[in-house]
Design a protein around this ligand. Structure first.
Ligand code: EPZ
Length: 421
């Protein structure tokens, strides 16, 4: 077990680059299954979810290799179409392998992904999409899912713009015979990255980033080479950290346009934000003020993944901010820990009212989920005194070099092994 020890109250300054996007590399690694060849994927972040994906690929018979940020996946020969429970449990988003395994082999056997810290994570939209393409889907005892059948392209309308369901439908449709038109698709930048990777494999996909994605399925696919986009949520986390601690920080490696809903809120709270040449500069000189109402929404709205770190930044300052979490039922688990640091936050169902306080105090706090952990780090940086953040394994799912990056900006953050005597 590890903990982050943070000495707060130090302004941040300098320049930091973000690693490749977790929520892009995961569906891309799954998509590599579709091509009977070798794919080379650059800018892959060193995250536990990436390791879990490599475990799944290996189990399916793919040969994988990793050198620095480059992962090679040779999917020439697959030896199976089943993902065991233990591997499915390693990563919540392992359901993203469904469409690719089914598309490549004609069948897929995996477990229903459990709920996670954010609440129930249904996959009904995923299953509706692959059923629409012609797959028979059987839910078996013990939470196993058995899918099989030849896939044929057709029009699909998603009941809601689910990121994962959009990705699964795109991957299955790429292997289906004929054309698929996917309506009400998610518009996240990671979907555009997935389209670009599929094109590198020889697939014909267009429209990603809009609500309608068209896939001409059945094209012969081959291995491809690709570089994953920068992680916009890591970028937003670092900007929130600069807002919380004060100072002047430039974040590179993520597209500023992908972060605009978040930088708009930080500007409303009194930060100066400038974007130029693919970099985002945030200056926070005086205390923050309330930012009005912040509603999480599908892209291009305010991203739910940025709600916890931005809330943590706004917990210290003068003024009130109202958060409404429309995407997940249980995404305020960081609030109780922020209160231990002196935050004044009241939660009623999906609404959180944050009244800025003059001072937050360092405390021993525990991360309950990935972005909630990021919130605790952001609050600790702006707090007086020392904080000890446990539950670091949650953070390791989405932040590859958190302590190093923040220390390079002048923060006092160290990672310690917990020993229980
Ligand atoms: C992706 O999750 C991201 N994960 C999440 O990031 C992100 O918060 C989320 O999109 C929203 O942007 C990855 O990309 C690996 P959804 P996903 O399907 O695909 C409901 C992080 O911290 N829904 O868009 O699971 C669902 O319950 C993670 O990096 C159904 O009802 O999100 C949720 O309320 C957390 N039925 C809403 O839709 C379904 O079949 C949005 O979920 C699927 C989803």
């Amino acid at each position: 077990m590890h903990a982050y020890i943070v000495e707060g109250g130090r302004p941040l300054s300098g320049r930091v680059g973000v690693h490749g996007a977790k929520n892009s590399v995961l569906p891309i690694l799954a998509a590599a299954i579709l091509a009977p060849g070798e794919s080379v994927i650059h800018n892959c972040p060193a995250l536990s979810d990436v390791s879990a994906s490599l475990d799944i690929l290996g189990r399916l018979g793919c040969r994988t290799a990793q050198s620095g940020g480059t992962i090679t996946v040779d999917a020439t020969v697959l030896t199976g179409s089943s993902v065991p429970d233990a591997l499915m449990r390693e990563m919540r988003s392992s359901v993203i392998f469904l469409g690719a395994i089914l598309g490549r082999t004609g069948e897929a056997n995996l477990s229903l992904p459990g709920g996670c810290e954010l609440g129930p994570r249904p996959i009904d939209l995923h299953l509706e999409a692959i059923r629409a393409l012609g797959a028979q889907v059987r839910e078996e005892p013990g939470g196993r899912l058995s899918c099989r059948g030849a896939l044929t392209g057709r029009e699909i309308v998603l009941a809601r713009p689910s990121v994962g369901a959009t990705e699964n439908a795109m991957l299955a449709a790429a292997a289906a015979r004929g054309t698929t038109v996917l309506h009400n698709a998610a518009r996240e930048p990671e979907i555009v990255d997935l389209q670009a990777f599929l094109r590198a494999l020889g697939a014909e996909v267009r429209g990603a980033g809009s609500s309608t994605v068209v896939i001409q399925g059945g094209k012969p696919l081959h291995g491809g080479e690709f570089t994953v986009m920068g992680d916009r949520i890591v970028a937003c986390t670092y900007l929130a950290a600069a807002a919380a601690a004060g100072g002047s920080v430039t974040v590179t490696g993520a597209d500023p346009a992908h972060c605009s809903a978040v930088t708009a809120v930080l500007q409303e709270a009194g930060c100066t934000v400038r974007s130029a040449g693919g970099a985002i500069e945030l200056i926070s000189r005086q205390g923050l003020r309330g930012a009005g109402a912040v509603h999480t929404a599908p892209y291009p709205g305010f991203p739910t993944d940025a709600q916890p770190p931005v809330m943590a930044a706004l917990a210290r300052g003068r003024g009130t901010t109202l958060f409404v979490e429309h995407m997940f039922e249980n995404r305020y688990r960081h609030v109780s820990e922020l209160r231990r640091m002196g935050a004044d936050i009241r939660v009623e169902d999906r609404v959180a009212v944050v009244c800025g306080v003059d001072t937050l105090h360092g405390a021993a706090v525990e991360a309950a989920d990935l972005r909630g952990g990021a919130a605790l780090m952001v609050a600790a940086l702006g707090a007086e005194g020392e904080s000890r953040i446990t539950g670091v394994h949650h953070l390791d799912r989405g932040y590859a070099s958190l302590a190093e990056d923040l220390s390079a900006l002048g923060a006092r953050v160290r990672r310690e092994e917990l020993t229980f005597s």
